[in-house]
Write a protein that binds this ligand. Structure first.
Ligand SMILES: NC(=O)c1ccc[n+]([C@@H]2O[C@H](COP(=O)([O-])OP(=O)(O)OC[C@H]3O[C@@H](n4cnc5c(N)ncnc54)[C@H](O)[C@@H]3O)[C@@H](O)[C@H]2O)c1
Length: 259
């Protein structure tokens, strides 16, 4: 395997959220593997696990666990397994979100109580639940990253419930960064530009957003997995040693635009 700069040489990094080759978690994980990290993957289902095994061909044997982040039992088992196999953890890639299709398709005002709670549980609380357990294994400090979107701050048609979940996620990032900072654990988010993934298909406006965005953004192009992966390596590695509680926009400058 070609090592680039070895920025994550020997680091144990938990990657949560690979569904397929288009997943942002895969874009980041592939870069982390090339930087010398040992990756521990979690997938939500057996099907995703099979997909991840295929993606990992040529990258040596990496651990893959099934973990539904709404289950404390799954999370406890996962971290017990990591503790017994690796003892310590240096980084976490949290790249997980979900909202019920009806809560993305209807007007936001019609969001159901059940849909609201379900989305916050998976998309937001999971970062807290994972951080609680990861901190126990980060005796030497560490870096936790998550993924957010500009829809946390501005109205993006069809993003609805997910925008509220991302706003809560961004708030969670700063509170977690404050709690975990004294332990040398940094917590940051990447606010990624719109990119075609399985989850993005659930947001109707993303298709047109992808097409119109290129003319509007300063860099005059769409964001790529490569862009997100490289910024994630910065946040996971010592290159960002003084950075915590940050929402880093990796969106070709989309967030600075007015009308
Ligand atoms: N695609 C975009 O344009 C975009 C932009 C900004 C931020 N994001 C964020 O990036 C992250 C990754 O999304 P993606 O676009 O790569 O899509 P994706 O569908 O490839 O990844 C989403 C992952 O969440 C996992 N997941 C959902 N419910 C789960 C549960 N209960 N337990 C465990 N895992 C669960 C899925 O299995 C999947 O692996 C999400 O947080 C998303 O909101 C995406």
């Amino acid at each position: 395997m070609d090592y680039l700069m070895g920025l994550l040489e020997g680091k144990n990094i938990l990657s949560m959220g690979v569904r397929n080759k288009w997943s942002i978690a895969w874009g980041i994980s592939e870069k982390a593997l090339k930087e010398g990290a040992n990756l521990i993957f979690t997938c939500q289902s057996e099907r995703e696990k099979e997909e991840t095994i295929c993606l990992l061909e040529g990258y040596g044997k990496q651990q893959i666990y099934i973990c539904d982040v709404t289950s404390d039992q799954d999370l406890d088992e996962l971290f017990n397994n990591i503790k017994s196999k690796y003892e310590t953890l240096d980084g976490v890639i949290h790249s997980i979100a979900y909202a019920k299709p009806q809560d993305m398709q209807n007007s936001f005002i019609n969001t159901s109580r059940d849909g609201f709670i379900h989305s916050l549980n998976i998309s937001t609380y999971s970062l807290i639940a994972v951080s609680q357990r990861a901190k126990e294994l980060m005796s030497e400090g560490g870096s936790i990253i998550t993924l957010t979107f500009i829809g946390a701050k501005r109205v993006i048609n069809g993003y609805n419930m997910m925008g509220v979940a991302k706003a809560a996620l961004e708030a969670s990032v700063i509170y977690l960064a404050s709690d975990l900072g004294p332990l040398g654990i940094r917590v940051n988010a990447i606010s990624a530009g719109a990119i075609k993934t399985a989850s993005a298909k659930g947001v109707k406006s993303f298709i047109s957003l992808n097409d119109t965005i290129k003319e509007k953004v300063p860099l005059k192009r769409g964001i790529t997995l490569e862009d997100i992966g490289k910024s994630a390596i910065y946040l996971l590695s010592g290159l960002s040693s003084g950075v915590t509680g940050e929402i880093l926009h990796v969106d070709c400058g989309y967030n600075i635009r007015g009308i």
